[in-house]
Design a protein around this ligand. Structure first.
Ligand SMILES: C[S@@+](CC[C@H](N)C(=O)[O-])C[C@H]1O[C@@H](n2cnc3c(N)ncnc32)[C@H](O)[C@@H]1O
Length: 398
């Protein structure tokens, strides 16, 4: 019998979803592993299915549970196959017969009759998805308390579809011509926003290294550092290098440090593609020490990344608030190291792509304890502002 169209993509999507939700790997990593060998069309379909399943997971699970007499265990393969089938059916317009024909072969030796019954029942008694996805309750509950119900509503709305794609330009003076050439919109000098990232590497300026992908909010961390042209800047936790490229393009003399060898290889490849230079160091910032102090340091600390959930909806399910204390401790330790490497009067920007107060505002108490002056703090919320969520603070050594 012929393989139904879309089956390889669905098989990969089920595997990737399992790798994210059960093993705890990131969306990008899980997709690379599960769909890396597929043709570009199937890879794109697998990515879209996993993305939609993650954006709408509580809503899809509610429908699956409504259609089964006893709820399927959280790690049951049938639940993963049904999530992918429903993501296709309810979000990507997969016809009913194709959703069923591509789901059942994925349950060889498993509860095919059950899956068939669930999908058939959901066709007989359809329940459309809500206009706004339901956020996982552990995050929604704390964000309602911390950011208020109106902000949480806006954030949930922002989760409904993949966000636009932001590019940073090597030459901010050429913003308008690049926006026109790329058919995008610019929200600040050096930035162009595209509606979608499809076929990115074929777009003008990719091969010639005139731009790189970087969320608009992430750019603000470098802006907050102030004038960097001709200054020595330590970019701490630098890989894969979005901010390193931004700093180098502004004429800073950058030392980029990260402990992850693979991510640093990507940073070096990114720098080579755009024709910019930085001194690179692969080291753990908790062990390393520089030969001399720096007038400017950017610490883009590892964090829960909850601010990136529009682009990385896996964070909502891989991470829980219980992860925060360990991250907070690591951030505090990194802040301590960075503070000790700052020249008197020097500036330190602390940034996290997190919207959790523990990783942002609360770290400012630690900064003050380290003898730093907190000059400015910004909290950016996804769906409320135009980019990802971030906490960014500019600190100064007195
Ligand atoms: C938020 S990401 C950095 C993103 C990067 N600044 C950019 O703009 O592309 C955090 C980085 O911190 C690195 N990291 C985590 N703990 C570290 C440590 N103890 N020392 C050095 N780097 C660390 C991770 O490998 C990761 O690349």
């Amino acid at each position: 019998m012929a393989t139904p169209a879309g089956l390889p993509a669905r098989r990969a999507a089920v595997q990737a979803l399992h790798t994210i939700l059960v093993v705890g790997r990131t969306l990008d990593d899980a997709l690379d592993r599960a769909a890396g060998g597929l043709c570009p069309r199937d890879r794109a379909l697998a990515a879209a299915l996993v993305g939609e399943a993650l954006r709408w997971l509580p809503d899809l699970d509610r429908r699956i549970d409504r259609a089964t007499a006893t709820p399927l265990p959280a790690d049951a393969r049938a639940r993963f196959v049904l999530r992918v089938a429903l993501a296709g059916r309810l979000r990507l317009g997969t016809p009913a017969h194709a959703a069923i024909a591509t789901a059942l072969p994925l349950l060889a030796g498993g509860p095919r009759r059950l899956a068939h019954a669930v999908l058939a029942r959901l066709e007989r008694e359809p329940e459309p998805l809500p206009a706004v996805p339901t956020l996982p309750e552990p995050w929604a509950a704390r964000w309602r308390q911390v950011h208020g119900p109106a902000a949480v509503e806006a954030m949930a709305r922002a989760l409904a579809s993949p966000p636009p794609l932001d590019l940073s330009l090597k030459d901010p003076a050429a913003t308008r011509p690049w926006a026109e050439r790329l058919g995008g919109q610019s929200l600040e000098p050096g930035h162009v926003r595209l509606t979608s990232g499809a076929g990115l590497e074929e777009r003008p300026g990719y091969a010639s290294g005139d731009w790189w992908v970087q969320d608009l909010a992430g750019r603000q961390a470098v802006h907050l550092l102030g004038e960097v042209a001709g200054r020595r800047v330590l970019d701490l936790c630098a890989a894969p290098g979005g901010k390193t490229m931004q700093l180098a393009a502004l004429g800073a003399e950058v030392t980029a440090l990260d402990r992850d060898l693979r991510r640093m290889a990507r940073l070096s490849a990114n720098l080579a593609r755009v024709g910019l230079a930085a001194r690179t160091v692969v080291a753990d910032a908790l062990d390393w020490a520089p030969a001399e102090r720096f007038p400017a340091i950017l610490l883009d600390a590892p964090c829960s990344a909850t601010g990136t959930f529009r682009r990385h909806p896996d964070v909502l399910h891989r991470r829980t608030p219980a992860d925060l204390p360990a991250l907070q401790e690591l951030q505090r330790a990194l802040l301590g190291r960075a503070a000790s490497w700052l020249e008197p009067g020097g500036r330190l920007v602390y940034a996290v792509c997190s919207i959790e107060p523990e990783e942002g505002q609360e770290q400012m108490h630690a900064a003050v304890g380290l003898g730093l002056v907190v000059e400015e703090c910004r909290l950016l919320l996804p769906g409320v502002g135009p980019g990802d969520g971030f906490f960014i603070a500019r600190l100064r050594r007195a």
